[in-house]
Write a protein that binds this ligand. Sequence first.
Ligand code: IMP
Length: 430
Amino acid sequence: MPGVVLVGAQWGDEGKGKATDLLGSRVDYVVKFNGGNNAGHTVVIDDEKYALHLLPSGILSPGVVPVIANGVVVDIEVLFEELDALIERGVDVSRLLVSGSAHVIAPYHRTIDKVTERFLGKRRIGTTGRGIGPAYADKINRVGIRMWDLFDEKILRAKIEGSLDQKNHLLVKVYNRRAITVDETLEDLLRYAERLRPMVTDTAVELNKALDAGKNVLFEAGQATMLDVDHGTYPFVTSSSATAGGAVTGSGVGPTRIDSVIGVIKAYTTRVGEGPFPTELFDDKGELLRKTGGEYGVTTGRARRTGWYDSVIARYATRINGLTDIVLTKLDVLTGLEKVPVCVAYDVDGVRHDEMPTDQTAFHHAKPVYEELDGWWEDISRARSFEDLPKNAQAYVKALEEMSGTRISAIGVGPKRDEIIPVHDLIHSR
Ligand code: IMP
């Protein structure tokens, strides 16, 4: 032991890389257990910026074994694009392990993602267009293709045939697109099979052995709590389990092996894509957060929607994930505001809700009830202990801690790797 789970507590882009960095050299394995290349994290090391979509951030730390576990959907072309880009910059990527049970994103998944969104029109989800949803749909429909299948051409051909059969009817008759051939798909998927082969293994065995040997294993969620297919703002969610439970099903380790669950929360809120967002700002304050926080998607380049901190969501994320620690990120972005509003509850058609409303319609109608906290002007990027923060910033952090019900164990004060205040050790037993 210990097994540590790291999840986003809002709608994604909370800066999970920051928390991973803080755990740094003490982590032996970093496991991606859900999602695919719809994610995007930026890691800054020695002024060098790395944007990763599919690979776990642990790939950048020498000595860490990065693992793509069974719960992930893998676009093989993207995998090798990212690996090759890192190799070019001198990063050793040879330790990467990929689960044989992880599903493959085939080119037709990307096509279907895009045409479905177009077809949905006003009801679109605002997906990243990377084929994530269609690949998971095939997994659940039991017509998916797994990594193991790439090493048996006969099986692979039969599975592609089975999967394309229905899809081509849909593509041609409903979406008015050309049919996709088995041969072109086969060629696409086989292109990297030989390079993949040495990386592909039973990662569940590897991870359980690592935990037996007392290694520190970090399970890093893609996306975030409010985008989780079960617990998020359905249907405006991603198609995988982005909450702590997903770490278990998505990697093949049992729940008793998890010691702590860290939730990463931004000091304000952002969201990309469609769907409800109670604290969203449409004014110059929203634009200020976007500009100062650099809130543009790593994966799609889309401008993120921005808003104030929402403690109803923080409490919800605490509950759903069983959070033991919070890493609060981007506190520096709030510097220079006279007052900082924090959402403490919702007003739903005249009724106060201190907790997340259970039904979708109520959440769509939720209006934030704000409490205004005093702002601060001082540059906080050089603060390295809680006491270094201006009094009002301290009070802001303390207020968020109280409202969320989980201790804040680290505070991000700037984009660089070391611009963080450690408060409590993130690796601990239950
Ligand atoms: P999909 O994951 O591409 O199917 O997109 C579903 C929803 O999740 C859309 O609203 C996306 O914008 C959102 N989404 C997916 N991945 C991320 C992420 O890493 N950060 C933030 N939003 C994401």
